[in-house]
Each structure stands twice: as structure tokens, then as C-alpha cells.
Design a protein around this ligand. Structure first.
Ligand SMILES: Nc1nc2c(c(=O)[nH]1)N[C@H]1C(S)=C(S)[C@@H](COP(=O)(O)OP(=O)(O)OC[C@H]3O[C@@H](n4cnc5c(=O)[nH]c(N)nc54)[C@H](O)[C@@H]3O)O[C@H]1N2
Ligand SMILES: Nc1nc2c(c(=O)[nH]1)N[C@H]1C(S)=C(S)[C@@H](COP(=O)(O)OP(=O)(O)OC[C@H]3O[C@@H](n4cnc5c(=O)[nH]c(N)nc54)[C@H](O)[C@@H]3O)O[C@H]1N2
Ligand code: SF4
Ligand SMILES: [Mo]
Length: 892
């Protein structure tokens, strides 16, 4: 495959890979020569065959340099790379000398490239001599890793995406794939259409994914283990255990079954414990048991649990018992979250792993030591994320280097995390952006990292497929790749083994280590790629590992031969624990808070938060709640709620919805203190972790709810984001021409005047209009005939103002009449409020789609024909279907 490909656009396009989710879609990027690029799906990439979801399609809108960190900073002052790296290396050296290597830690990310990750892990585990390298994958995939290793003796995803095409039953548990793995979900939807595959979803909430399912089980939070234990019992009782497979290729079946019988002896007991109807449980079991080709896919509803590893084991137990693994169209399938969640596991990014899927056995430690020629090999596991930040808080870990993650937002109990960060002697952050909550927690050294479009290396997706991420933009300012910064620090620390000139040398070393003294003993082996010349590496086609030496291509499936990577070669059944009551509510905290993702935002919004077309889908951080609970807690739809847990508090806008079960609320993870007044869920999430994997339970924190009333409401328009007055609620969203925030406030007008002034240049002139009788206050900030910011507050603001004025704001220059009408609050046109954007690709709002359905569009295709909505990436198809179902006339 060529690095350069000609596209319809007529320009030379670079073949690269989407930097968001673990589906790993191929992208063709055609730079426009002015810092931007046109983005298309790569039809030749086997993960997506040309499709992209809303986030992938909007990548072009996130390439701007306005928010980028473009030079190193030391203690608040601009510095040269030399000075910054000297500072980092000398302080790490000093802290090791004074307190030992375990006083130093790295906190990495599944969004780094394999090469970045490899170098950082090598430095810490082989040369500094500590295993205190952990990663945000601890919050994401570690329960899957633990479950895989217990069962298979290795961290292996056995199947591939083709299995989803070939399955007759797809079970999605703890996964909102319609929003989180959209292109793969569309592929599953195709299988449904093409071969009548059935789709079952298991999730306490109803979601866009469950809308497409023929059966949805609103399982009680945390009870997946119970449900799959019930399934194991039924497999046995109905004679559907594959005796031959179990006898020759597994061990521990009897113990695991006995335990499952204690947890879920009958269908009735399973249903009661999982809060489901017996009929639904029976239907699910019947389907699963009678369908040979079944894939059970799972993600954070399974992993992020106080019993995450057991949930994974409960699923794997069923697939092993039925012998449904390693064959076409069947198997357990862990959907990875980040683009390189898998690559991070391959290089040993987790504190309890060594590189190349090795562990901390004496033989593995010795093997890696010899391969690296390592002077200070770590000999025991390091601290896992939550423990690591605790150790920082206690002052035991004194130096931390954060690369490619935003822990001050994404860890549980972030108020405590922020306080801990304040105690560090050396706090280094490698970042793309100038400001985020982690940087604001007091980073001493900021290193400007290369971003997507500039980075060069490889990533591995959910089906073990290694793809090249290729640069198509020059490095801006002084930004440098993360591997380079780490290697430079290593050299300054006096270590040999970091003389890499480019990423292909790093990849070659990583590939060689995977094959070193392997002989088939370890699953991860890409030694077949160890001898690539730089040119071959550049043009490397997507390949699934393992790619063993002498093999021309990789493998789609593992375990087809019934051989596993345990000492005996047999897979192990794991007896799981009965459900614990870690998620129990109390009188003080009567609700359970579930947290997760929205369709069009990525994590802490440092990139997707810049795209107007992505901002239109969910404008604000909302708390979803069942109508009965809203009534009992005194909350009203569209008003604000304060959510409090034992750890902290946050504010969200209330969204009353029948998709929630009683007693459970849901809030999105995306807003931070950078983008909102107080809507960071991390402040609420408890520090409860799975004992086996160390993964935090982010899906079930006990909370209390209370209404929040502020005197005035309104909105702000601005060309850039900044903090707004205290005593206010606000949350920023990107729009054409800048940003907007809906606000509610008790702050006086003067503070709003000051806040507005802070949003523009000092020379800008402010215009304000106040009607004290009604509490109306409108102000604008104008510079060079351009409206740079405006705020509108009133005792009650009609939201339609917001939509219309927001559009006016997109105009670069406003004529005086338009400006007057803006400030006077008169609507520029009679346009009605059309509601949120359902289709991000073509900017089609809900109102227009409703009108089209009213006018006779009766399926997704006809909506696509008349409005184009849903005809590009398909991310909104589940929502279009829901709207169609709501409007479908009832037959008499
Ligand atoms: N749009 C978008 N896509 C993304 C991301 C993003 O930020 N935005 N991030 C990526 C990353 S890193 C990840 S890890 C993935 C995550 O992808 P998903 O895991 O699909 O996403 P979540 O929304 O975290 O959680 C999935 C579902 O688990 C459910 N759940 C909660 N508790 C339970 C339970 O006890 N049992 C069951 N069965 N379900 C439960 C939640 O209600 C939720 O609907 O998404 C990736 N894709
Ligand atoms: N309550 C709750 N908390 C959660 C979750 C949940 O479901 N609920 N999900 C968890 C999961 S699964 C995940 S994966 C995490 C994600 O949480 P984070 O990793 O903290 O979130 P991101 O916003 O992706 O942070 C990535 C940061 O790295 C920067 N960055 C991006 N690319 C690069 C690069 O190449 N180099 C460098 N140096 N910087 C880069 C970005 O600007 C951004 O600031 O959140 C976890 N936290
Ligand atoms: S599904 Fe969307 S976010 Fe995920 S890799 Fe593909 S285009 Fe990117
Ligand atoms: Mo994740």
C-alpha cells in the first residue's frame, strides 16, 4: 500500500488512522497547504472500508493551532527544549539519588503511539529501575487484561471484526457502541440486515445501541457476573457444554460451575438478582444457548466495575464452556476504547506488566534485562493509577511525568487528585494544548507535544490490527514527538539505549523484543516486522498480530487450535465472587451515579470541543433521570441539579427521561473546569477499585440530588473560552465563529462586565444595556467592528434567542443594524428554534427532521434523500430510527 494515495479531491492524500476510538478507522488526509486538511475515510482500510463517524469526519475542524502549546515552559516561563529537558533530567536524577527510583512515576495514555509508549516504558522499567509506569488504560481496559490473563494465560483478544459480520447473535453488554464505536456498530447493523443476526443489549440504561436491539436487558448495575453465571448454569443443565473442548482444552470447569450455581442457581434467581423479568432472561439464555455463532462484546459497563475482572471472567467462562472461541463468527470480544489501548498493553504500559506481554516472573525480568542491556531492571510491579495518585498525595512519589492524558479530570475523586498533584517536587506534563485541568493543577514543566496530523508511528486497534499513523502536517512551533522528549531525558540521565533517530528504529526494537526467546511461548509476537527498512515501515499495511518471523501476514484469530498460553496450555475457568454490595446506596446518598460518553465528544474535549459541528449534538452536561426520581428529588426538566457524593459535588442540567431506571442517574464525562463552572463528574466518582485489576468503578457511585435555582439565566457568545463569574453555572460549546455558553447566575452585573472584558482585547469597547426592573442585562464587546463577545441575562431567557443569535455570531462582521438588533435581543429573523443537531455531518437539527417525517418521510433512506441527514457517517441513524418510531402513525 502506498503512503500517498490519490483521492477524489485531486490532491495527494496521506493514509493515516483516526486518533479517537479503538475501531481504528483508516483516514485519508489531504493537507490544504494552510495548516488544515480535508478528511475522508480510507476505502482500502480493513477496519472501516471508507466509513468514518461524526468525530472522525470532523477531524479537520480540530487542527487549528489557537489552543496549542507550542514551546516548553519551566516554572511559568518560556524555556528552550534544552533548558526544559535539563530541568527534568536533573530533578529526576536528584530525586532518585535522594529517595530511590520508586519516588519517580510516569502516567501515560492509550492515545500515545506504540513508539512513544515503548520508549517511556523502557526508560522507567529498565533504567530508572521502578515499575511506576501506569496509564489511563488502568481506567479503561485493565479488567479485560486481568480477565484475559487469568483465562488464557495471556492478554489476547481472540477474534476479529469479520466475526461480527459472520455471527448470528451479537450480544453487547456494558457497551454503547452506537455512540462509542459507531463505524463498527454500523458494521454489526449490516450483519443484522444481511443475515438476520440478532442483537441483544445489556445495560442498565436504554441507549442508542439498545434501540437497535431485538432484546434489551436493563440489568441492575454491577450484575453482569450474576447474569452470565446464570447462563453458565443453564448451558450445563441443558446439556450444551462442549464436553470435548472442555475436557481437552480447559481446566477448572467444575469449580467455576459450582460457584455459578451458588450465585445464580435458576432462571428465577438470576432474574431476581439482576432485576430482570424471567421471560427476558429466558429469552436471552435460549438465544445464546441455541446460537452457535455468538459474539459477546463488552466495554466499560463491564470493565469499570468493582468486580470488573469477574464480569469478564463470567463472560469468558460461558464461551469456553460452549467451546465458542477461536472459530469464525463467535467468541468473547473486548472493545477497546482508545486508539492505542492495545499498543500500550503490548509495550507493557501497565504497572503490572513488562514489555511485549511479559510479566514479573524472574525469567521474564531477566529476559527483558538482557535484551535491553538494562542497568536497573524493575523487579516487582509498580503502583496502579489510583494507588499511584494516593502515593503522590502521601508524598512518597515525588516526581511525576504525565503524557497524553488529563488525570485531573478523568481519575476518580479528582479533587483529591488535584490536591495530590500540588505536593509534587517535579510535575512534568507533555501536552498538545495550552490549558487543561491537569496543567492548571500546577505543572512545573510543560513540554509541547506533537499532535495528530504531526505524529508518526503505529497504533493497534480492538482486533489486534497494527496501523500506521502518518504525519501530514509539519511540526508547529517547537512541538516535538513524545518519544523524542523521553529519549532526550533518558540520554541526559546518562543512559545508553535511547539513541533512536526515528520511529522506525523504535518499532524495530519493539518488534525484535516480541520475538526474543519467544518460540511460541508468548502470544504477542511481531518479529516478522522486526527487519522492516524505514521505507517498508513507512508503507506498512495494516496487519493483525501475531506476525511471526517468516510469516508473510498476521492472524485473524487465535486459539483456533485449542492451545492457550497457560503453563498447561489449557484455558482456565475462573470461579467468580458473588456480587458485592460496594455500590450500595444509603439514606444520605440514595441514587447511583452512572457515567459515560456522548456521541460527538471525546473525553475531556480538548479536541472535539473545538468543533462546531460536534458541539451541536449535546450542548450541555446533562443529568439523565427517571421522571419519578426527578419528582421525588424536586428536580425539573431543563433546570439545574446539584449532585453530591461522599467525595465531592457537581452541577448538571436535568434531563428527565424514561431511558433511565429508577434510582439511577447518568452524567457525561466530558466537561471539566476548563470548559464548565462545575460539571466535572470526576469530582463525584468514588475511589472504589476492582481488587484484581485495580480498575476504578466509574459506573456506580452513590449520590444525593438537590435542585439549584439561580436568579438569572442566559447565555454568552465569545471568540474564545474563559472562566465566567463565580456564583454561576456555565458550560462552553463550540459554534461557528467561536463558543457559546448557557449560563445561570447569581453574580452581579459588574462581574459580568468584567468577565466579558476578559474575553476580548483590552482595547475593545463594551456596550451594555440593562433593564433593572426585569433583571435584564445585555452587553457586548466590540473590537474593530467585530463583535468579540456578548452576554445576555434575564430572569427568564427564551432559548430561541440563543439559537438565532448564535447564528448571527458566525458572521465575522456585523453591520450596525445587526449589532443593534443583537443587543436589543430582537430576533434577526423569524426562524424557529430547531433544537440540537442530530446529524453532525450536514448540520441537520431535530426540528427539520421532525418536519420531514411529518411531511411523509417514513424511513432513514427518505430522510437522507430529502435532508442528507444520516447519509454520510451514519452515527445518527439510531436517533433517526427512534424519531421515526415515535412518529409512526398507530394503525387502527
Ligand atoms: N463518542 C465517544 N466515543 C468514544 C469515547 C468518547 O470519549 N466519546 N471514548 C472511547 C473510550 S476510551 C472508551 S473506553 C470507549 C467506551 O465505550 P463504552 O463502554 O461503550 O462507553 P460508556 O459510555 O463509558 O459505557 C457503556 C455503557 O455501560 C453501561 N453500564 C453502566 N453500568 C453497567 C453495568 O453494571 N452493566 C452493564 N452491562 N452496563 C453498564 C452504561 O450505561 C453505558 O451505556 O469509548 C470510546 N469511544
Ligand atoms: N467517571 C468516569 N471517568 C472516566 C471514564 C468514565 O467512563 N467515567 N472513562 C475512563 C476512560 S475509559 C478513559 S480512556 C479516560 C480518558 O481520560 P483522559 O485520557 O484523561 O482524557 P483525554 O481528554 O483523552 O486526555 C488526553 C489528553 O492528552 C492530550 N493529548 C492528545 N494526544 C496527545 C499526544 O499525542 N501527546 C501528548 N503529550 N498529549 C496528547 C490531550 O490534549 C488531552 O489533554 O477517562 C477515564 N475516566
Ligand atoms: S468509529 Fe469514529 S472515532 Fe472511532 S476510529 Fe472510526 S472514525 Fe474514529
Ligand atoms: Mo477508555
Amino acid at each position: 500500500m502506498n503512503t500517498l494515495a490519490e483521492t477524489r479531491l485531486g490532491r495527494a492524500a496521506v493514509r493515516t488512522i483516526c486518533p479517537y476510538c479503538g475501531v481504528g478507522c483508516g483516514v485519508l488526509a489531504s493537507p490544504d497547504g494552510a495548516g488544515g486538511a480535508a478528511i475522508e475515510g480510507d476505502e482500502a482500510h480493513p477496519s472501516n472500508f471508507g466509513r468514518l463517524c461524526s468525530k472522525g469526519s470532523a477531524l479537520g475542524e480540530t487542527l487549528g493551532l489557537e489552543t496549542r502549546q507550542l514551546y516548553p515552559v519551566v516554572r511559568g516561563a518560556r524555556a528552550t527544549w534544552d533548558a526544559a529537558l535539563d530541568h527534568v533530567a536533573s530533578n529526576i536524577g536528584r530525586i532518585i539519588a535522594e529517595h530511590g527510583p520508586d519516588a519517580v512515576a510516569f502516567y501515560l495514555s492509550g492515545q500515545l503511539l506504540t513508539e512513544d509508549y515503548y520508549v517511556a516504558n523502557k526508560l522507567m522499567k529498565g533504567f530508572i529501575g521502578s515499575a511506576n509506569v501506569d496509564t489511563n488504560s488502568r481506567l479503561c481496559m485493565s479488567s479485560s487484561v486481568a480477565g484475559h490473563k487469568r483465562a488464557f494465560g495471556s492478554d489476547t483478544v481472540p477474534g476479529c471484526y469479520e466475526d461480527l459480520d459472520e455471527a448470528d447473535l451479537l450480544v453487547l453488554t456494558g457497551s454503547n457502541a452506537a455512540w462509542c464505536h459507531p463505524v463498527l456498530f454500523q458494521r454489526m447493523a449490516k450483519a443484522q440486515e444481511r443475515r438476520g443476526a440478532r442483537l441483544v443489549t445489556i445495560d442498565p440504561r436504554r441507549t442508542a445501541t439498545s434501540e437497535a436491539a431485538s432484546l434489551h436487558l436493563s440489568v441492575a448495575p454491577g450484575r453482569d457476573g450474576t447474569l452470565f453465571s446464570g447462563l453458565l448454569v443453564q448451558l450445563a443443565d441443558r446439556g450444551h457444554v462442549d464436553e470435548t473442548f472442555v475436557n481437552s482444552h480447559t481446566e477448572g470447569f467444575t469449580e467455576a460451575l459450582a460457584r455459578a450455581r451458588q450465585i445464580a442457581p435458576t432462571i428465577a434467581a438470576t432474574a431476581a438478582a439482576a432485576r430482570l423479568s424471567e421471560r427476558d432472561v429466558e429469552e436471552f439464555f435460549d438465544l445464546w444457548i441455541s446460537t452457535e455463532r455468538v459474539v459477546t462484546l463488552y466495554s466499560q459497563g463491564v470493565n469499570q466495575s468493582s468486580q470488573g475482572a469477574d464480569k469478564v471472567s463470567a463472560i469468558l467462562n460461558c464461551h469456553l464452556a460452549a467451546g465458542r472461541i477461536g472459530r469464525e463468527g463467535m467468541g468473547p470480544f473486548s472493545l477497546t476504547g482508545q486508539p492505542n489501548a492495545m499498543g500500550g498493553r503490548e509495550v507493557g504500559g501497565l504497572a503490572n506488566q513488562l514489555a511485549a506481554h511479559m510479566g514479573f516472573s524472574p525469567a521474564d525480568i531477566d529476559r527483558v534485562r538482557r535484551f535491553w542491556n538494562a542497568p536497573n531492571m524493575a523487579v516487582r510491579e509498580g503502583l496502579k493509577a489510583v494507588d499511584l495518585f494516593e502515593a503522590i498525595g502521601r508524598g512518597e512519589v515525588k516526581a511525576l511525568w504525565v503524557i497524553g492524558t488529563n488525570p485531573a479530570v478523568s481519575l476518580p475523586d479528582v479533587n483529591r487528585v488535584r490536591a495530590a498533584l500540588g505536593k509534587l517536587e517535579l510535575f512534568v506534563v507533555s501536552e498538545n494544548v495550552r490549558s487543561n485541568d491537569t496543567l492548571r493543577a500546577g505543572a512545573h514543566v510543560i513540554l509541547p507535544a506533537a499532535a495528530w496530523g504531526e505524529k508518526d508511528g503505529t497504533v493497534t486497534n480492538s482486533e489486534r490490527r497494527i496501523s500506521r499513523q502518518r504525519p501530514f502536517l509539519p511540526l508547529p512551533g517547537e512541538a516535538r514527538p513524545d518519544w523524542w522528549a523521553v529519549a532526550q531525558a533518558a540520554r541526559r540521565l546518562g543512559f545508553a539505549g535511547f539513541e533512536f533517530n526515528n520511529v522506525s528504529e523504535i518499532f524495530a526494537e519493539h518488534a525484535a523484543l516480541s520475538g526474543f526467546e519467544n518460540d511460541g511461548a508468548r502470544d504477542f509476537d511481531i518479529s516478522g516486522l522486526a527487519d522492516l527498512k524505514p521505507r517498508d515501515y513507512d508503507s506498512l499495511a495494516p496487519a493483525q498480530w501475531p506476525v511471526r518471523r517468516g510469516e508473510a501476514s498476521g492472524r485473524r484469530r487465535l486459539f483456533s487450535d485449542g492451545l492457550f498460553y497457560t503453563a498447561s496450555g489449557k484455558a482456565r475457568f475462573i470461579p467468580i465472587d458473588p456480587p458485592r454490595l460496594a455500590e450500595a446506596t444509603s439514606d444520605r446518598f440514595p441514587f447511583l451515579l452512572n457515567t459515560g460518553r456522548l456521541r460527538d465528544q471525546w473525553h475531556t474535549m480538548t479536541r472535539t470541543g473545538l468543533s462546531p459541528r460536534l458541539g451541536g449534538h449535546s450542548a450541555e452536561p446533562c443529568l439523565s433521570i427517571h421522571p419519578d426520581d426527578a419528582a421525588s428529588a424536586g428536580l425539573k426538566d431543563g433546570h439545574l441539579a446539584r449532585v453530591a457524593s461522599a467525595e465531592g459535588a457537581a452541577i448538571f442540567r436535568v434531563q428527565v427521561t424514561g431511558t433511565q431506571q429508577r434510582g439511577e442517574v447518568f452524567a457525561p464525562i466530558h466537561w471539566s473546569h476548563e470548559t464548565s463552572s462545575d460539571s466535572c463528574v470526576g469530582a463525584l466518582v468514588h475511589r472504589c477499585v476492582d481488587p484484581e485489576s485495580g480498575q476504578p468503578d466509574a459506573k456506580a457511585t452513590p449520590v444525593a440530588l438537590a435542585p439549584v435555582e439561580m436568579r438569572r439565566a442566559g447565555f454568552v457568545l465569545a471568540r474564545r473560552r474563559a472562566a465566567l463569574p463565580a456564583q454561576s453555572y456555565w458550560a462552553w460549546q463550540a459554534i461557528e465563529g467561536g463558543f457559546t455558553a448557557r449560563v445561570e447566575t447569581d453574580a452581579p452585573d459588574e462581574e459580568w462586565v468584567d468577565a466579558l472584558r476578559g474575553l476580548g482585547p483590552r482595547e475593545a469597547s463594551a456596550l451594555s444595556l440593562r433593564d433593572t426592573g426585569q433583571g435584564v442585562f445585555r452587553s457586548g464587546l466590540i473590537f474593530n467592528d467585530r463583535l468579540v463577545a456578548a452576554s445576555f441575562l434575564a430572569a427568564q431567557t427564551p432559548p430561541s434567542d440563543w439559537t438565532v443569535l448564535r447564528e448571527a455570531f458566525a458572521d465575522e462582521r456585523l453591520d450596525p443594524a445587526a449589532r443593534r438588533s443583537l443587543l436589543s435581543g430582537r430576533r434577526a429573523s423569524g426562524m424557529p428554534d430547531e433544537g440540537p443537531n442530530v446529524c453532525a455531518c450536514f448540520g441537520v437539527a431535530r426540528g427539520r427532521i421532525e418536519a420531514a417525517i411529518e411531511a411523509g418521510c417514513n424511513d432513514v433512506a427518505s430522510i437522507g434523500k430529502s435532508l442528507k441527514a444520516g447519509s454520510n457517517c451514519g452515527s445518527c441513524i439510531p436517533e433517526l430510527k427512534r424519531m421515526l418510531a415515535l412518529r409512526r402513525p398507530v394503525m387502527a
